[in-house]
Design a protein around this ligand. Structure first.
Ligand SMILES: Cc1cc2nc3c(=O)[nH]c(=O)nc-3n(C[C@H](O)[C@H](O)[C@H](O)COP(=O)(O)O)c2cc1C
Length: 568
């Protein structure tokens, strides 16, 4: 019986990892099946031989959307300590340690599998975005152990793989011949909830002063007449960015594909039923071409992962480059990898340029194995479904930074894409529920939203009171009171900066009354860094002053009255 690999993903990383493992299993002569967790018939789980789970954590310590249904099944009371006693399991959790609920989904899943009697092949692997080698930091050493363990179950599994033999391609490309219509060249349809929709930009306005260090924008999209774009306060807009032209140019120069090849429509046929068709909604309305894929499908600005070097090394016929590539892919090459990629934040496009001989040898179908995919990014919706009918607005801070080791400044793919959008341009987006669960309208709310964290609260306040920021006051007579902290402009007596937690301290009497007597709910949105902890500490202090007890914030959280939506 083959190895089952299931994944739960929000933005696709878990899918990439699962797919990499699936390919590696096949290269090791181990038959394997691959599926999103919720597409797997969960009733069969007790009769599997070995299952590998790759689960990211989304929201606030939650399971990703395509793993929630089967996770609910696993929590059924009717399941016993024997349910999975025949099944060997291993779990990879993907998370980010800047979040409070670090890797919660992976940890919870692992614990539950053990409760149901499953045999753990290895301790849970907790991969962390913050590690200096990215998720590979934890994943690579763990993976080596995994194959050893699986060898105990599957005797034919090969413990060594020849790094110079490239694995099977995911797709074969069928290029259009004269006379093929564009329609006959369409790739797989993406339908339903996950489908991206094209909306037009109505306005893209800078909301910070020109001399402010941060370029933050309010971007408005026209959604009138576009189906599936209904939303409520707290919902999130997923935006699918494109690579900037200059980055696409670097990649094309490195690959040395000519215009005829770049613009010839093709269909990508999966070479195995476990491989998903190419998503049409990403590539756009026109035919799929290598140029459209380089613009919209492949993430050329990402930091290349180890698997990128592994595959490049496997196809390279240039001795020096091959040696270097395979070294960067290996566990021993970790320091070199950190030096070459992590410290300088080198991108996929730049790495293709650096390994010029190998890049020139990449056949088009291999791009789909080597290059990572662009993933949609989440932005809290800042508009009100009633006041801004037919519109969706988001607030985006442009990410740009430079350190001494960088040749050029680094820019966030999506925020730069958005900052450059012109009126009338088409953008691919979809709406998904956020993590906030708001109480009934009669209940009081405390909303803490530093920076772009104001977005979901603008939506909520407009919806509940009909007023925008500039119409609100600092007293509660008008039902809504606004208190501000300008951390860049205001200093405290001790020279420190004034943040939201200081405002909370200042307003502690009113907050205590709201929390204790009015049973208010608290919502916190914004940076996943230190802010959420500072807010929890402020709530604890306020609680302690009120009733002399510790742990007020944790108590509110247990009651569902303290909720976070944070991003890093
Ligand atoms: C909206 C959002 C919420 C997240 N929440 C958490 C979290 O609560 N805990 C955590 O450890 N990581 C969290 N992460 C980080 C992801 O788990 C991590 O980036 C992972 O590699 C993404 O995997 P995916 O692309 O398969 O969804 C969050 C990421 C996003 C975009």
């Amino acid at each position: 019986m083959s190895l089952l690999i299931v994944y739960g993903t929000e933005t696709g990383t878990a899918e990439d990892v699962a797919e990499g493992l699936w390919r590696e299993a096949r290269a090791r002569n181990l038959p394997a099946c691959l599926a999103p967790f919720d597409e797997y018939d969960i009733e069969n789980l007790p009769s599997e031989r070995a299952v590998l789970f790759v689960i990211s954590t989304s929201g606030q310590g939650e399971f990703p959307p395509n793993a929630r249904t089967n996770w609910k099944w696993m929590l059924r009371k009717s399941l016993t300590r024997d349910t999975l006693k025949e099944v060997s399991i291993a779990v990879i959790g993907l998370g980010d340690s800047s979040y409070q609920k670090y890797n919660f989904a992976g940890k919870k899943l692992f614990r539950r599998l053990l409760q149901l009697g499953a045999r753990d092949l290895l301790p849970v692997c907790l991969a962390d975005d913050q590690h200096e080698s990215g998720i590979d930091g934890a994943l690579l050493p763990w993976k080596d152990q995994l194959w050893l363990q699986l060898h105990g179950i599957y005797e034919n599994l090969s413990l060594t793989v020849d790094p110079t033999v490239p694995p099977l391609c995911k797709y074969t490309l069928q290029f259009a011949e004269n006379g093929d219509s564009n329609d006959s060249m369409r790739n797989g349809e993406v339908k339903g909830e996950g489908e991206l929709r094209a909306v037009r930009v109505v306005e893209n306005r800078r909301v910070t002063a020109e001399n402010h260090f941060q370029d933050t924008r309010l971007v408005s999209f026209d959604t009138s007449g576009v189906g599936g774009m209904d939303y409520a306060p707290g919902d999130v807009l997923m935006v699918h960015p494109c690579n900037p032209e200059e980055t696409v140019r670097i990649a094309i120069d490195a690959l040395q594909y000519d215009d005829e090849l770049l613009d010839r429509p093709f269909r990508a046929l999966p070479t195995d039923s476990s491989i998903r068709p190419l998503p049409n909604d990403v590539i756009g309305d026109g035919p799929t071409t290598l140029r459209s894929c380089l613009l919209r499908l492949f993430d050329l600005q990402q930091r290349p992962r180890r698997s990128f070097f592994e595959l490049m090394g496997a196809i390279s016929t240039h001795e020096m480059e091959r040696e270097k590539l395979l070294e960067l892919a290996s566990a021993e090459g970790q320091d070199d990898y950190i030096d070459y990629i992590t410290r300088t934040r080198r991108t996929v496009a730049e790495t293709l340029r650096d390994f010029a001989h190998t890049a020139r040898e990449i056949p088009p179908q291999r791009l789909f194995d080597i290059l990572p995919r662009i993933r949609s990014r989440a932005f809290s919706i800042a508009s009100c479904p009633v006041k801004h009918a037919g519109r969706v607005e988001i607030i985006v801070a442009k990410v740009e930074y430079r350190t001494a080791r960088m040749v050029e400044p680094r820019r966030g793919l999506c925020s730069t894409y958005i900052a450059r959008l012109m009126e009338g341009e088409k953008v691919r987006v979809r709406v998904r529920p956020g993590t906030f669960r708001f109480p009934p309208v009669a209940r009081a709310i405390v909303a803490v939203g530093p920076g772009t964290g104001v977005a979901p609260f603008r939506s909520l306040i407009l919806w509940r009171s009909g007023s925008d920021w500039d119409e609100l006051q600092t007293s509660r007579e008008g039902k809504v009171a606004v208190h501000t902290a300008y951390s860049r402009d205001e200093e405290l007596k001790d020279g420190g900066r004034r943040y939201v937690q200081h405002v909370m301290q200042q307003q502690r009497r009113q907050l205590l009354q709201m929390l204790q007597e009015e049973k208010a709910w608290v919502f916190v949105a914004g940076s996943a860094g230190d802010m959420p902890t500072a807010v929890m500490e402020a709530i604890d202090l306020i609680g302690k002053e009120g009733n002399g007890e510790d742990g007020f914030a944790a108590q509110l959280e247990r009651e569902g009255r303290l909720q976070f939506e944070t991003w890093s």
